[in-house]
Design a protein around this ligand. Structure first.
Ligand code: GAP
Length: 436
């Protein structure tokens, strides 16, 4: 992880938020390469969930919502973690995760195990960030930064249904920011206080929910394979009765084997009619669906798929990172699937003379119209290849002496380091074909 964090900073994937002021705890900024990588994650998700399907509509609901939403959802009463303080070192820990935490005193032990530790009794701490709507900071003006995007979908379910030509079963998908005042965030961008979720809520007839739940489990695991994650580092974790969230009838996590252990990257939940039932009760608005074909009314059940865009981005970085020995030197590679790689191709004139830079620049501007490219004419060609390996660029296109004669360029494959010659007129299509 240390190597990856330092590569992320050096190459412009991820920076600490407000770094020049000493940083802000567990808040991170995405640099030029990181923003492309994360955008590709979100685009691939949107393509699979919305564009490729006829039964899912998109939505972009606001972060701020009516405070009653969070009473109905159960977050005001129940979105809490048990917190303990240490009176000696003033650190705070999650009471249920003491075994994963370390006491700041030396020698390092778990909180409570050091002779000087003085832990308080656990108290419940609500993870929602509060702010005030309007100029007066009073209880009546409290609003929350949403801790999940899902509620924006539930409160818009009838709007979307009426505005689209959908019938149950159908889904609503949304990508957006969520905020949680986590007590023990950490592991780089794995657990942060501000993050992005990619959530889809699928509305189904009660009684068909278990079938849909199984289908969604299968489709979501297939998506993680399709973006290039190693299948042997992915597994299912079924929530036992003690682990189930207050809304869930059944839940499975997709877990990835990180350097810090197996951890959740996406949750698939059978939320029953809990959410629509609660919003119906709290808003006083009927949220039943009228099934014309069967001439019956019911409150749909919901199957939810909920992935973290930042967590999937971290997973891609961890999964892609490797080091190889090449001619006595260490080559660092981010072996991203081409569809998520931030830069798809680099254009490199072999030398800065003999008309090569002019040919290369023309080719670069041509390719840049189709996908993100990078132009580099500084330093030895081997060093330029290494820089692109570290950025995860799948193809390096070198303009050399032959290009002026027959119009072909050398295309080097990042992973195999093999080279083929492709005519410059066909290069855009040749690369585009390999990006799917
Ligand atoms: N709507 C259901 C829901 O929010 P969750 O299991 O709490 O379920 C879903 O969160 C996903 O959101 C997680 O699998 C994870 O990828 C992401 N996530 C949750 N908390 C996060 C945090 N503090 N930092 C980064 N990602 C987080």
């Amino acid at each position: 992880m240390d190597k990856l964090v330092s590569l992320c900073k050096r190459r412009g994937f991820v920076f600490q938020s407000s770094e020049i002021y000493g940083g802000l705890g567990s808040v991170w900024d995405y640099g030029p390469l990181g923003v492309e990588l994360k955008k590709n994650v979100k685009d691939r998700w949107w393509k699979a969930m919305v564009h490729a399907r006829d039964d899912i509509e998109g939505l972009d609901a606001a972060i701020l919502m009516h405070p009653r939403v969070w009473e109905a959802s159960g977050h005001v009463a129940g979105f809490t973690d048990p917190l303990v303080d240490c009176k000696t070192c003033k650190a705070r820990f999650r009471a249920d995760k003491l075994q994963d935490a370390s006491c700041p005193q030396k020698p390092s032990k778990h909180p409570g195990e050091h002779s000087a530790c003085a832990l308080t009794e656990p108290r419940m701490f609500n993870l929602m960030f509060k702010t005030f709507m309007g100029p007066v900071e009073e209880q009546a003006a409290v609003v929350y930064l949403r801790p999940e995007t899902a509620q924006g979908i539930y409160v818009n379910y009838q709007n979307v249904l009426n505005a689209s030509r959908q019938k149950v079963p159908f889904g609503i998908a949304q990508v957006g920011k969520a905020f949680r005042n986590e007590i023990t965030p950490g592991n780089f961008i794995f657990r942060t206080r501000e993050f992005e979720q990619m959530e889809m809520q699928f509305f189904v007839k009660p009684g068909t929910d278990e079938e849909w739940f199984e289908r969604w489990r299968e489709w979501r695991m297939a998506w993680h394979h399709a973006i290039g994650l190693a299948p042997n580092r992915l597994r299912w974790h079924q929530h036992g009765p003690g682990e189930l969230a207050h809304y869930a009838k059944a839940a499975y996590d997709i877990e990835y084997e990180f350097p810090f252990g197996w951890n959740e990257i996406e949750g698939i939940h059978n939320r029953s009619d809990y959410d629509l039932g609660r919003h119906q009760e709290y808003s006083g608005k009927k949220l039943e669906y009228f099934d014309q074909a069967a001439n019956e009314r019911y409150l749909p059940y919901i199957v939810e798929t909920s992935a973290g865009a930042d967590r999937v981005t971290l997973t891609l970085l961890v999964d892609a990172y490797r080091e190889e020995e090449v001619e006595g030197e260490t080559r660092v590679i981010l072996g991203f699937h081409p569809s998520v790689a931030p830069i798809k191709a680099a254009v490199l004139p072999l030398v800065k003379k003999d008309g090569m830079p002019e040919l290369a620049e023309r080719l670069y501007h041509d390719l840049k119209k189709r996908f993100p490219c990078f132009y580099d004419d500084s330093g030895a060609i081997g060093r330029r290849y290494r820089r692109m390996d570290e950025a995860g660029t799948p193809y390096c296109c070198t303009i050399d002496g032959e290009t002026g004669k027959d119009g072909t360029v050398t295309v080097r494959d990042r992973d195999a380091m093999t080279q083929v010659r492709v005519h410059q007129d066909q290069l855009g299509a040749w690369i585009a074909e390999r990006l799917a």
